[in-house]
Design a protein around this ligand. Structure first.
Ligand SMILES: NC(=O)C1=CN([C@@H]2O[C@H](COP(=O)(O)OP(=O)(O)OC[C@H]3O[C@@H](n4cnc5c(N)ncnc54)[C@H](OP(=O)(O)O)[C@@H]3O)[C@@H](O)[C@H]2O)C=CC1
Ligand SMILES: O=C(O)[C@H](O)CS(=O)(=O)O
Length: 491
């Protein structure tokens, strides 16, 4: 492992991207509740002290966003589009620095962080285009003297709460469509990773987004911010990415003011390998799907089901490939797996391994920290996984790959669907009738067929059951920030 301290500013070509105050109504302000520390999970050192906004300051930011929203909605679609495109260009021009900031506060390897910056920026680019395509419709009147038109208008002030695992992309996946639709936007980033969000604000200001249209509200206490967002009448939209448990809290809190809500929540993705799969492709896909962000994504494979005839071969191939992966500081060249975000995250992986081995599973790779420092944990594979084990129903959110054995298609579909979650699912097979049958039978918002990577701005990302409400990305994603108005005219 490298150093134990991070001089983040010295690592940046443009140190002005390292902002630590809140960005409200076009101004940089201090927190009434002082500051909170942001640490580098790979080294444990403090990267920065960031403004800690009070609930009163959140309310003031909402007032400013409410005033700004009317003027922003009055701009033409083309004007909004041009400003969003300019923001996109600036994000991509600063991809290296934004990636370094992201790696420093979240831990993922720099190459992966830069990939997230491009992925996140793609939502700003996509919705800069979609801004000009918010179409209405005319409907043949129900009476001779009636003319019916339907228009779409921005919902108003949108407030977002986002997690630490994708500190840039989870914000832009919401802010892009919101701003394109004519909403104003309040971003409350996770307390572990506010620096990426604040860097986006620096570039939003440079792009010329008007004051109050895009605001970043770092705070130590998330529950207070959530309450203000949910209870404040001026907020008309809550958009959240994070655990199902917190999603439930926000939905309950938002019910009193009947807010429009989008929820991207927890997952428990099955990854199924049939005996007619291309086994090498399936191993590659399983690694991409399981170990992206060190297993800390809501669409990571949480359960890997392998048909009996290829189980042993798959397990050996997977073990050989994963054993060659490099665990290390994300700022260090060659690292493929960074640290987990917190000690709690490490403990959850440990607990799932202990539970599984106590119930008969066998660790064939990794399994304990060994000499790894801090919140690093080695990639781990267990065989003999069964539905009685905790990771069959709980999301591990870490580098643990449990291999379940199955005999036939109906059996594995039943096991894959036996969960309260329904976000992403994956399977490898080549028989066409099997592909159609399984893709249609899986109860998930997303199905990856012969691929372990499904994330793109052009497709509707979201879950069914208790994995969420609504979709992000694609033409569907902008509907979350629009209201439909029907005009009935008597002529
Ligand atoms: N569907 C998806 O895309 C994602 C799902 N998840 C799920 O979340 C879990 C792990 O991520 P984690 O970040 O711990 O998830 P959390 O749901 O705990 O946190 C997500 C965000 O919500 C905030 N938050 C926490 N409690 C409250 C509250 N009472 N009111 C308002 N905001 C609150 C957090 O702030 P703070 O951190 O400052 O407390 C953070 O910004 C896993 O189960 C994972 O599956 C995570 C990421 C993405
Ligand atoms: O929060 C997450 O895990 C992301 O939604 C996953 S992805 O969109 O980056 O694939």
């Amino acid at each position: 492992m490298l150093d134990t301290t991070t001089n983040l500013s010295a690592l940046l070509k443009d140190p002005s991207l390292l902002a630590t105050r809140a960005y409200v109504n076009g101004k940089w302000i201090d927190g009434a509740d002082g500051t909170f520390a942001v640490t580098n999970p790979a080294r444990g050192d403090v990267l920065a002290e960031v403004a800690n906004l009070s609930r009163a300051q959140i309310a003031t930011a909402i007032d400013a966003a409410h005033d700004a929203q009317r003027l922003w909605a009055a701009r033409t679609a083309k004007e909004r589009s041009v400003l969003l495109r300019r923001w996109f260009d600036l994000i991509m021009e600063n991809q290296e620095d934004l990636g370094t900031i992201l790696t420093a506060e979240q831990g993922k390897p720099l190459a992966e962080a830069k990939g997230e910056i491009a992925y996140g920026a793609s939502f700003i680019e996509f919705y800069a285009e979609e801004a000009k395509r918010i179409y209405g419709e005319t409907i043949p009147g129900h009476q001779a003297d009636k003319r019916i038109t339907v228009i779409k208008q921005p919902v108003g002030v949108a407030a977002s709460i986002t997690p630490w695992n994708f500190p840039t992309a989870m914000i832009t996946r919401k802010a892009g469509p919101a701003l394109a639709a004519g909403c104003s936007f309040l971003a409350r980033p996770a307390s572990e990773t506010p620096l990426s969000a604040l860097a986006l604000a620096v570039l939003a200001a440079r792009a010329g987004l008007p004051a109050g249209v895009f605001n970043v509200l770092p705070s130590g206490s998330s529950s207070e911010v959530g309450k203000e967002f949910c209870e404040n009448e001026k907020v008309r939209k809550i958009t959240f990415t994070g655990s199902t448990a917190v999603g439930r809290i926000l939905l309950k809190q938002a019910a009193d003011t009947v807010k429009k809500c989008s929820m991207e929540l927890g997952g428990n993705a099955p990854f199924i390998v049939f005996d007619d799969a291309d086994l090498d492709a399936a191993v590659e896909g399983a690694i991409q799907c399981k170990f992206r962000n060190n297993g800390q994504t809501c669409v990571c494979a949480n359960r890997i089901y392998v048909q009996s005839g290829v189980y042993d071969a798959f397990a050996e191939k997977l073990k050989a490939k994963v054993a060659a992966m490099t665990v290390g500081d994300g700022l260090e060249e060659g690292s493929e797996l960074g640290p987990l975000i917190t000690e709690d995250a490490v403990q959850k992986v440990r607990d799932h391994i202990a539970d599984a081995t106590a119930k008969g599973a066998r660790v064939i790779l990794g399994g304990d920290k060994g000499g790894l420092p801090g919140t690093f944990f080695p990639p781990t594979i267990v065989t003999g996984a069964t539905p009685e084990m905790a990771f069959a129903t709980e999301e591990t959110f870490g580098p643990l790959a449990p291999l379940f054995r199955f005999e036939d298609t109906d059996e594995v579909i039943a096991m894959a669907n036996d969960t309260i979650f329904g976000l992403a699912s994956y399977f490898y097979a080549r028989d066409l009738s099997r592909v159609y049958k399984v893709a249609e039978a899986l109860e998930y918002g997303i199905v990856g067929v012969n691929t372990g990577l499904i994330s793109t701005e052009v497709a509707p990302f979201g879950g069914v059951k208790q994995s969420g409400l609504g979709r992000e990305g694609s033409r569907h994603g902008i509907e979350e920030f629009l209201e439909v108005k029907y005009i009935c005219m008597s002529v």
